[in-house]
Design a protein around this ligand. Structure first.
Ligand code: HEC
Ligand code: HEC
Length: 191
């Protein structure tokens, strides 16, 4: 019995004092995000910033986690997540994933864009992962109606290995001429 007691004592402490979760007001935190990323009514403030309202929950969470660990580098986002714990990252990812995607009206791609983009989509079987209408699923992001400026930037970042958190996508875009990437960005944005 004597030997069990300290174990019991530790166990009791663990129950009485649960690991202190960060107390963050998610609505208030979302205001910060909104300032750059917009929301279900407003597009992001810069064409190279991604829409996050309506994006897949698990994809959002993985990106936030990767910014926090430095696996995905971006000074702005690394600053945003620096002091947020895992539970808070999950909660804010959940918050945005439950919002509707904003209405977009990006210009229709040219015939040449469509031809190049369809060639790229067929050759790399993008839809095997991103699904038929590029709506995404779980860890695979939605690309349909994403901001064209962001799509182009992030695909080029992966190609040039500035965005290094996805070895598969880096390897894929390395084989793509810039012309394909630019056509894909306009094509996906206007789907
Ligand atoms: C000061 C502007 C700014 C603020 C505030 C901000 N972000 Fe970002 N965020 C960015 C930029 C710029 C990028 C694109 C980084 C890149 O190009 O790799 C980004 C990228 C992201 C991505 C990656 C999306 C994708 O499709 O890969 C997620 C997720 C994200 N932000 C979530 C958030 C959340 C959640 C908040 C609020 C807690 C937030 N951001 C606040 C500027 C901001
Ligand atoms: C084998 C599955 C797979 C295939 C094939 C694939 N992708 Fe992806 N893609 C992913 C995953 C998973 C991610 C998320 C990577 C991460 O977590 O950073 C991603 C990320 C992306 C992103 C970043 C989106 C964002 O919000 O930052 C773009 C753009 C993209 N893919 C475009 C494409 C295009 C275009 C094709 C075809 C030419 C393609 N992908 C083929 C699985 C795939």
């Amino acid at each position: 019995m004597k030997r069990i007691l300290p174990v019991l004592a530790v166990w009791t402490l663990a129950v009485v004092l649960p690991a202190r979760a960060q107390q963050v007001d998610i609505e208030q935190l979302a205001e910060t995000c909104r300032g750059c990323h917009g929301d279900s009514e407003n597009l992001p403030v810069d064409p190279t910033y991604p829409i996050i309202a309506g994006q897949e929950f698990y994809y959002l969470y993985v990106q936030l986690r990767d910014f926090k660990s430095g696996l995905r580098e971006n000074e702005t986002m690394q600053g945003v997540v620096a002091d947020l714990d895992r539970e808070t990252l999950k909660a804010i990812a959940q918050y945005w994933s439950e919002k509707p995607w904003p209405k977009t009206n990006f210009p229709a791609p040219s015939e040449k864009d469509v031809r190049l983009a369809e060639q790229a989509v067929t050759s790399a079987e993008c839809t095997a992962c991103h699904l038929g209408d590029f709506r995404g699923s779980s860890r695979v992001p939605r690309l349909k109606n994403q901001q064209p400026g962001y799509l182009e930037k992030t695909m080029k970042d992966m190609k040039e290995q500035r965005r290094r958190n996805s070895p598969n996508m880096m390897a894929l875009f390395k084989t793509f001429p810039d012309e394909w990437i630019e056509a894909l960005a306009r094509y996906l944005a206007a789907l």
